[in-house]
Design a binder for this molecule. Structure first.
Ligand SMILES: [Zn+2]
Ligand SMILES: [Zn+2]
Length: 121
């Protein structure tokens, strides 16, 4: 069963965990808005289905700017992200609003909110 994003395009199914150190760093970058921002949580790649290259997940939007957000990259399933990368938002716009990915992302645009948190089962 393929996962699909709101644009009904196949999405990448790779997942990872946000290491505690990076969760702390993300919290430092933007004061906590969500009381329950977890120390460690599952993240799903936000890109469209891709065969090669790094997976990318949005960690959080940053305060004080509508254009910046913190992302992590990893390789392979359950690869460990090594660092937070601050990225500027993709400027493409579609019927469902702006693309939720970052500038010069590979593959198709993903219009609408990017959801990369994996809900614990
Ligand atoms: Zn991916
Ligand atoms: Zn885009």
């Amino acid at each position: 069963m393929a996962t699909r994003n709101p644009n009904n395009l196949p999405t990448c199914a790779s997942v990872t965990h946000l290491p505690p150190l990076l969760a702390v760093a993300a919290r430092y970058l933007a004061p906590v808005q969500e009381d329950d921002f977890p120390e460690e949580r599952g993240l799903r790649c936000a890109l469209g289905a891709h065969g090669e290259g790094e997976h990318q997940a949005l960690v959080r939007e940053l305060d004080g700017s509508d254009n910046s957000s913190a992302w992590v990259a990893w390789r392979g399933d359950w690869g460990r992200p090594g660092e937070l990368v601050i990225r500027t938002r993709c400027r493409a716009r579609g019927d469902r609003g702006g693309c939720g990915l970052y500038q010069r992302h590979p593959g198709d645009h993903a219009f609408g909110p990017v959801r990369t948190a994996v809900t614990p089962k």
